[in-house]
Design a protein around this ligand. Sequence first.
Ligand SMILES: NC(=O)c1ccc[n+]([C@@H]2O[C@H](COP(=O)([O-])OP(=O)(O)OC[C@H]3O[C@@H](n4cnc5c(N)ncnc54)[C@H](OP(=O)(O)O)[C@@H]3O)[C@@H](O)[C@H]2O)c1
Length: 289
Amino acid sequence: MKTQPSILIVGGNGFVGSTIARSFANDYKVFSTFHAHYTPIPGVTYVPMNMNDKDGAKRFAIMTHPNFVIFCAGTHDWFEAEKEEKLTQAIHAGAPGNILTATEVFKPKFIYISSDLVFSGRTGNFHEDDTTIPFLTLGKAKLSAENYIRGKSLNHVIIRSAPLLGRGTVHHPSWWDRLRRALSMEQTIGLSRRMVHSPVHISRLVAIVRKVLETDIKNTVLHVGGGTRLSEYDLGVEIATRFGFKQGLIQGGETHGVKDDFSLNTTRTLKALKLAPVSIEESIELLCS
Ligand SMILES: NC(=O)c1ccc[n+]([C@@H]2O[C@H](COP(=O)([O-])OP(=O)(O)OC[C@H]3O[C@@H](n4cnc5c(N)ncnc54)[C@H](OP(=O)(O)O)[C@@H]3O)[C@@H](O)[C@H]2O)c1
Protein backbone atom coordinates (compact mmCIF):
# COMPACT_ATOMS: atom_id res chain seq x y z
CA MET A 1 0.00 0.00 0.00
CA LYS A 2 1.31 3.44 -0.94
CA THR A 3 1.81 5.63 2.14
CA GLN A 4 0.72 9.23 1.91
CA PRO A 5 3.35 11.94 2.37
CA SER A 6 2.84 13.95 5.54
CA ILE A 7 2.42 17.69 6.02
CA LEU A 8 2.94 19.48 9.31
CA ILE A 9 0.98 22.75 9.27
CA VAL A 10 2.16 25.10 12.00
CA GLY A 11 -0.77 27.43 12.66
CA GLY A 12 -3.15 24.96 11.02
CA ASN A 13 -6.16 26.19 12.94
CA GLY A 14 -6.04 29.76 11.64
CA PHE A 15 -7.76 31.17 8.55
CA VAL A 16 -4.88 30.33 6.21
CA GLY A 17 -3.80 27.10 7.95
CA SER A 18 -7.29 25.58 8.17
CA THR A 19 -7.98 26.35 4.50
CA ILE A 20 -4.74 24.62 3.53
CA ALA A 21 -5.46 21.68 5.87
CA ARG A 22 -8.95 21.18 4.41
CA SER A 23 -7.63 21.31 0.85
CA PHE A 24 -5.00 18.61 1.38
CA ALA A 25 -6.63 16.32 3.98
CA ASN A 26 -7.64 13.72 1.36
CA ASP A 27 -4.28 13.49 -0.40
CA TYR A 28 -1.78 13.81 2.45
CA LYS A 29 -1.40 12.84 6.09
CA VAL A 30 -2.09 16.26 7.59
CA PHE A 31 -0.99 17.30 11.09
CA SER A 32 -2.05 20.73 12.29
CA THR A 33 -0.65 22.45 15.34
CA PHE A 34 -2.79 24.60 17.54
CA HIS A 35 -1.98 26.97 20.35
CA ALA A 36 -5.17 27.76 22.23
CA HIS A 37 -8.04 25.87 20.54
CA TYR A 38 -9.03 24.16 17.30
CA THR A 39 -12.01 23.52 15.07
CA PRO A 40 -11.68 19.91 13.84
CA ILE A 41 -11.48 19.12 10.12
CA PRO A 42 -12.09 15.48 9.10
CA GLY A 43 -8.84 13.71 8.21
CA VAL A 44 -6.63 16.19 10.07
CA THR A 45 -4.73 15.25 13.25
CA TYR A 46 -4.30 18.08 15.76
CA VAL A 47 -1.26 18.50 17.98
CA PRO A 48 -0.92 21.19 20.66
CA MET A 49 2.30 23.12 20.21
CA ASN A 50 4.03 25.94 21.99
CA MET A 51 6.23 27.09 19.16
CA ASN A 52 8.89 28.46 21.45
CA ASP A 53 9.33 25.14 23.26
CA LYS A 54 12.25 23.65 21.29
CA ASP A 55 12.02 20.19 22.93
CA GLY A 56 8.27 20.09 22.29
CA ALA A 57 8.86 20.97 18.62
CA LYS A 58 11.37 18.10 18.36
CA ARG A 59 8.87 15.66 19.86
CA PHE A 60 6.25 16.65 17.30
CA ALA A 61 8.74 16.37 14.49
CA ILE A 62 9.55 12.79 15.52
CA MET A 63 5.85 12.00 15.86
CA THR A 64 4.83 13.45 12.49
CA HIS A 65 7.90 12.70 10.30
CA PRO A 66 6.97 15.55 7.97
CA ASN A 67 7.77 15.49 4.27
CA PHE A 68 6.52 19.08 4.16
CA VAL A 69 6.29 21.78 6.81
CA ILE A 70 4.02 24.74 6.14
CA PHE A 71 4.56 27.59 8.58
CA CYS A 72 1.49 29.86 8.72
CA ALA A 73 1.17 30.79 12.40
CA GLY A 74 0.58 34.18 13.95
CA THR A 75 -1.95 36.88 13.25
CA HIS A 76 -1.83 38.88 10.03
CA ASP A 77 -3.17 41.97 11.80
CA TRP A 78 -0.31 44.45 11.32
CA PHE A 79 -1.92 46.95 13.68
CA GLU A 80 -1.96 44.44 16.58
CA ALA A 81 1.59 43.37 15.67
CA GLU A 82 2.82 46.96 16.14
CA LYS A 83 1.61 46.88 19.79
CA GLU A 84 3.50 43.66 20.63
CA GLU A 85 6.86 43.98 18.90
CA LYS A 86 8.64 41.23 20.90
CA LEU A 87 5.79 38.75 20.56
CA THR A 88 5.50 39.43 16.82
CA GLN A 89 9.21 38.78 16.37
CA ALA A 90 8.99 35.60 18.49
CA ILE A 91 6.04 34.11 16.57
CA HIS A 92 6.79 35.18 13.00
CA ALA A 93 10.60 34.99 13.08
CA GLY A 94 11.79 33.01 16.16
CA ALA A 95 9.32 30.13 15.91
CA PRO A 96 10.01 29.25 12.24
CA GLY A 97 13.68 28.89 13.23
CA ASN A 98 12.77 26.49 16.06
CA ILE A 99 10.54 24.41 13.78
CA LEU A 100 13.16 24.35 11.03
CA THR A 101 15.81 23.09 13.46
CA ALA A 102 13.44 20.55 15.03
CA THR A 103 12.41 19.03 11.68
CA GLU A 104 15.66 19.28 9.71
CA VAL A 105 16.62 15.65 10.37
CA PHE A 106 13.65 14.58 8.17
CA LYS A 107 14.74 17.01 5.39
CA PRO A 108 11.21 18.28 4.71
CA LYS A 109 10.43 20.97 2.16
CA PHE A 110 9.92 24.02 4.39
CA ILE A 111 7.24 26.40 3.12
CA TYR A 112 7.01 29.78 4.85
CA ILE A 113 3.94 31.96 4.32
CA SER A 114 5.29 35.48 4.24
CA SER A 115 3.58 38.67 3.20
CA ASP A 116 3.70 41.75 0.98
CA LEU A 117 4.56 43.77 4.13
CA VAL A 118 8.26 42.88 3.65
CA PHE A 119 8.29 45.71 1.09
CA SER A 120 8.57 49.44 1.69
CA GLY A 121 5.13 50.36 0.35
CA ARG A 122 6.68 53.16 -1.72
CA THR A 123 6.07 52.09 -5.31
CA GLY A 124 3.96 48.94 -5.31
CA ASN A 125 4.10 46.29 -8.07
CA PHE A 126 6.99 44.62 -6.23
CA HIS A 127 8.79 41.75 -8.01
CA GLU A 128 10.18 38.66 -6.25
CA ASP A 129 13.77 39.98 -6.44
CA ASP A 130 13.08 43.60 -5.49
CA THR A 131 14.80 45.02 -2.41
CA THR A 132 12.86 44.45 0.80
CA ILE A 133 12.77 47.40 3.20
CA PRO A 134 9.88 46.85 5.62
CA PHE A 135 8.75 49.64 7.93
CA LEU A 136 6.02 47.79 9.83
CA THR A 137 6.87 45.44 12.73
CA LEU A 138 5.08 42.53 11.03
CA GLY A 139 7.02 43.08 7.81
CA LYS A 140 10.33 43.25 9.69
CA ALA A 141 9.59 39.96 11.49
CA LYS A 142 8.59 38.28 8.21
CA LEU A 143 11.79 39.43 6.56
CA SER A 144 13.93 38.13 9.47
CA ALA A 145 12.28 34.72 9.01
CA GLU A 146 12.79 34.78 5.24
CA ASN A 147 16.49 35.54 5.67
CA TYR A 148 16.95 32.89 8.37
CA ILE A 149 15.21 30.20 6.29
CA ARG A 150 17.20 31.11 3.17
CA GLY A 151 20.44 30.80 5.13
CA LYS A 152 19.60 27.53 6.90
CA SER A 153 17.47 25.41 4.58
CA LEU A 154 18.47 23.84 1.28
CA ASN A 155 14.89 22.85 0.60
CA HIS A 156 12.54 25.76 1.16
CA VAL A 157 9.99 27.93 -0.60
CA ILE A 158 9.00 31.38 0.63
CA ILE A 159 5.49 32.36 -0.43
CA ARG A 160 4.77 36.07 -0.07
CA SER A 161 1.07 36.66 -0.08
CA ALA A 162 -1.13 39.70 -0.56
CA PRO A 163 -4.23 39.91 1.72
CA LEU A 164 -6.39 36.85 1.19
CA LEU A 165 -10.16 36.65 0.77
CA GLY A 166 -12.13 33.69 2.07
CA ARG A 167 -13.90 32.26 5.09
CA GLY A 168 -12.08 31.84 8.39
CA THR A 169 -12.97 29.74 11.41
CA VAL A 170 -15.01 30.33 14.56
CA HIS A 171 -11.87 31.20 16.49
CA HIS A 172 -10.13 32.97 13.62
CA PRO A 173 -12.62 34.92 11.50
CA SER A 174 -11.15 36.33 8.30
CA TRP A 175 -11.28 39.93 7.06
CA TRP A 176 -14.21 38.94 4.82
CA ASP A 177 -16.04 37.33 7.79
CA ARG A 178 -15.72 40.57 9.78
CA LEU A 179 -16.80 42.75 6.85
CA ARG A 180 -19.79 40.53 6.02
CA ARG A 181 -20.89 40.42 9.67
CA ALA A 182 -20.72 44.21 10.08
CA LEU A 183 -22.50 44.99 6.81
CA SER A 184 -25.23 42.40 7.28
CA MET A 185 -25.91 43.80 10.78
CA GLU A 186 -25.93 47.31 9.28
CA GLN A 187 -22.98 48.39 11.43
CA THR A 188 -20.37 50.86 10.18
CA ILE A 189 -16.85 49.58 9.58
CA GLY A 190 -13.65 51.59 9.15
CA LEU A 191 -11.31 50.51 6.31
CA SER A 192 -8.01 52.03 5.23
CA ARG A 193 -7.83 54.20 2.13
CA ARG A 194 -4.11 54.58 2.57
CA MET A 195 -2.81 51.00 2.29
CA VAL A 196 -2.96 49.55 -1.20
CA HIS A 197 -2.51 45.81 -1.89
CA SER A 198 -3.27 43.28 -4.62
CA PRO A 199 -5.75 41.03 -2.75
CA VAL A 200 -6.78 37.62 -4.06
CA HIS A 201 -9.05 34.74 -3.09
CA ILE A 202 -7.34 32.17 -0.84
CA SER A 203 -7.91 29.44 -3.45
CA ARG A 204 -5.02 31.00 -5.37
CA LEU A 205 -2.68 30.45 -2.40
CA VAL A 206 -3.90 26.85 -2.14
CA ALA A 207 -3.24 26.30 -5.89
CA ILE A 208 0.31 27.61 -5.46
CA VAL A 209 0.97 25.49 -2.36
CA ARG A 210 -0.23 22.46 -4.35
CA LYS A 211 2.29 23.21 -7.10
CA VAL A 212 5.02 23.53 -4.47
CA LEU A 213 4.07 20.16 -2.94
CA GLU A 214 3.80 18.37 -6.26
CA THR A 215 6.84 19.69 -8.14
CA ASP A 216 10.54 19.95 -7.35
CA ILE A 217 10.42 23.74 -7.15
CA LYS A 218 12.63 24.87 -4.25
CA ASN A 219 14.85 27.58 -2.79
CA THR A 220 12.86 30.37 -4.32
CA VAL A 221 10.39 33.14 -3.54
CA LEU A 222 6.89 33.08 -5.00
CA HIS A 223 4.37 35.92 -5.07
CA VAL A 224 0.66 35.36 -4.51
CA GLY A 225 -1.71 38.17 -5.38
CA GLY A 226 -4.46 39.32 -7.70
CA GLY A 227 -4.28 41.43 -10.82
CA THR A 228 -5.81 44.59 -9.29
CA ARG A 229 -4.23 47.15 -6.94
CA LEU A 230 -6.73 48.68 -4.58
CA SER A 231 -7.10 50.00 -1.04
CA GLU A 232 -8.90 48.11 1.70
CA TYR A 233 -11.64 50.76 1.48
CA ASP A 234 -12.08 50.35 -2.30
CA LEU A 235 -12.14 46.56 -1.89
CA GLY A 236 -14.85 46.90 0.79
CA VAL A 237 -16.93 49.10 -1.52
CA GLU A 238 -16.55 46.64 -4.44
CA ILE A 239 -17.67 43.78 -2.22
CA ALA A 240 -20.59 45.77 -0.76
CA THR A 241 -21.75 46.62 -4.27
CA ARG A 242 -21.53 42.99 -5.42
CA PHE A 243 -23.47 41.65 -2.42
CA GLY A 244 -26.03 44.47 -2.21
CA PHE A 245 -24.87 45.90 1.14
CA LYS A 246 -25.06 49.64 1.93
CA GLN A 247 -21.80 51.25 0.79
CA GLY A 248 -22.35 54.11 3.25
CA LEU A 249 -21.56 51.75 6.14
CA ILE A 250 -17.93 51.65 4.99
CA GLN A 251 -15.89 54.52 6.34
CA GLY A 252 -12.46 55.36 4.94
CA GLY A 253 -9.93 57.46 6.79
CA GLU A 254 -8.29 60.58 5.33
CA THR A 255 -5.04 59.84 3.45
CA HIS A 256 -3.86 63.45 2.85
CA GLY A 257 -2.72 62.20 -0.55
CA VAL A 258 -0.37 59.57 0.96
CA LYS A 259 -0.62 55.96 -0.23
CA ASP A 260 1.40 52.95 0.93
CA ASP A 261 1.35 50.57 -2.01
CA PHE A 262 2.38 46.98 -1.15
CA SER A 263 0.98 45.38 -4.31
CA LEU A 264 2.86 42.35 -5.63
CA ASN A 265 3.92 41.65 -9.17
CA THR A 266 3.11 37.98 -9.80
CA THR A 267 4.22 37.64 -13.45
CA ARG A 268 7.31 35.52 -12.74
CA THR A 269 5.50 33.20 -10.32
CA LEU A 270 2.54 32.70 -12.65
CA LYS A 271 4.83 31.94 -15.59
CA ALA A 272 6.92 29.47 -13.56
CA LEU A 273 3.85 27.64 -12.27
CA LYS A 274 1.82 27.93 -15.50
CA LEU A 275 -1.11 29.70 -13.84
CA ALA A 276 -3.39 32.43 -15.23
CA PRO A 277 -3.83 35.75 -13.37
CA VAL A 278 -6.90 36.24 -11.16
CA SER A 279 -8.90 39.49 -11.36
CA ILE A 280 -10.49 41.05 -8.30
CA GLU A 281 -13.92 40.38 -9.83
CA GLU A 282 -13.10 36.65 -9.99
CA SER A 283 -11.86 36.69 -6.39
CA ILE A 284 -15.05 38.39 -5.21
CA GLU A 285 -17.22 35.91 -7.15
CA LEU A 286 -15.40 33.06 -5.38
CA LEU A 287 -16.66 34.44 -2.05
CA CYS A 288 -20.14 33.28 -3.14
CA SER A 289 -19.09 29.61 -3.28
N1 LIG B 1 -4.69 36.39 6.29
C1 LIG B 1 -4.04 36.93 5.27
O1 LIG B 1 -4.63 37.64 4.44
C2 LIG B 1 -2.56 36.69 5.12
C3 LIG B 1 -1.89 37.26 4.04
C4 LIG B 1 -0.50 37.06 3.93
C5 LIG B 1 0.18 36.31 4.87
N2 LIG B 1 -0.52 35.78 5.92
C6 LIG B 1 0.24 35.05 6.94
O2 LIG B 1 -0.35 33.79 7.18
C7 LIG B 1 -0.23 33.46 8.57
C8 LIG B 1 -1.59 33.12 9.15
O3 LIG B 1 -2.49 34.20 9.01
P1 LIG B 1 -4.01 33.99 9.37
O4 LIG B 1 -4.78 35.11 8.76
O5 LIG B 1 -4.41 32.58 9.09
O6 LIG B 1 -3.98 34.21 10.96
P2 LIG B 1 -5.02 33.64 12.05
O7 LIG B 1 -6.29 33.26 11.41
O8 LIG B 1 -5.05 34.63 13.15
O9 LIG B 1 -4.31 32.28 12.57
C9 LIG B 1 -3.15 32.35 13.33
C10 LIG B 1 -2.70 30.94 13.71
O10 LIG B 1 -1.47 31.09 14.46
C11 LIG B 1 -1.59 30.37 15.68
N3 LIG B 1 -0.88 31.10 16.75
C12 LIG B 1 -1.01 32.40 17.09
N4 LIG B 1 -0.22 32.69 18.13
C13 LIG B 1 0.43 31.54 18.44
C14 LIG B 1 1.38 31.18 19.42
N5 LIG B 1 1.85 32.06 20.31
N6 LIG B 1 1.83 29.89 19.45
C15 LIG B 1 1.35 28.97 18.58
N7 LIG B 1 0.44 29.27 17.62
C16 LIG B 1 -0.01 30.53 17.57
C17 LIG B 1 -3.06 30.30 16.00
O11 LIG B 1 -3.27 29.17 16.85
P3 LIG B 1 -4.67 28.96 17.69
O12 LIG B 1 -5.72 28.64 16.68
O13 LIG B 1 -4.43 27.82 18.58
O14 LIG B 1 -4.94 30.25 18.38
C18 LIG B 1 -3.66 30.16 14.59
O15 LIG B 1 -3.65 28.82 14.19
C19 LIG B 1 0.42 34.66 9.27
O16 LIG B 1 1.78 34.41 9.43
C20 LIG B 1 0.19 35.78 8.28
O17 LIG B 1 1.16 36.79 8.36
C21 LIG B 1 -1.86 35.94 6.07
